[in-house]
Design a protein around this ligand. Sequence first.
Ligand SMILES: C[S@@+](CC[C@H](N)C(=O)[O-])C[C@H]1O[C@@H](n2cnc3c(N)ncnc32)[C@H](O)[C@@H]1O
Length: 263
Amino acid sequence: MLKNPQSKIVAVALLVLCSVIVQFNFSLIPFSGKLAKKNEPSSAPNHSEIRAWKSVEDFEQELAVFKTVFWDPRDTESLRKLIREDESIAGTSILEIGTGSGLISLCCLKAGAKRVIATDVNANAVENAKFNASHLGLESTFEVRQVPLSNSSAFSVIQDSEKFDLIISNPPWVNRTPNTIDEYALYDQNFDLLKSLFAGLKIHLKPKGRVLLAYGCVDAIKTIQKLSDEYGLQYTKIDPRILDRLPEEFLPGMMVQLQFPAE
Ligand SMILES: C[S@@+](CC[C@H](N)C(=O)[O-])C[C@H]1O[C@@H](n2cnc3c(N)ncnc32)[C@H](O)[C@@H]1O
């Protein structure tokens, strides 16, 4: 018991102070994320955009998938395995074309990439990739750029001075016209995006750099073989399956590597 009146005053003052601190902390909890759903980042900007939370073997946390944004990790099974296992990803500069939820870029960042720039034509995908990066704490070396539909070539938002060790993409696979923003994930009319990717490689790929693409469409892969000859690129199919024995569209996607021959 406190007999001294001064000690009583100090004790009461301390009690009041403690209760103010406790209340203040509780009022901050929703913002600090301590009470947020296990997988939701504290700074979730707009939960109405989230269509689903999805798990994938590359991350302990689930990833958010926004409305209209593509999600099918089967497309990139072998590509993500390579990123997980290839120690040479660490320290590199990477461009991802068509990032969607950010899945592949985030795998590269987790594997130690020095810097990743990602693009997408779908504004929801741009927000989605940023959101997932901050959710995983990988945002500091990640930049996502919006590609305008009016100029949607592969390097339309990349400066000529920007060069990359690795250019990576799981682009739309099928030569068909997209009618909605969701369909831009699936269809590449006349393979215009693919052709513009090849056209920009001399400028944007560093001399010893490489391109890794995921495709599950025979027509697209045969087009890649032709374009590789045209542009003097070495084409390597990193997949044991025989193209002519596969259906026109197939899953999981096939990984293809492109490189300029060593000088
Ligand atoms: C098959 S999805 C792949 C998404 C993600 N990389 C993944 O593997 O989950 C293709 C993505 O490319 C985007 N896209 C389509 N055309 C594009 C273009 N011209 N420039 C940039 N992104 C484009 C689509 O919006 C879509 O997000």
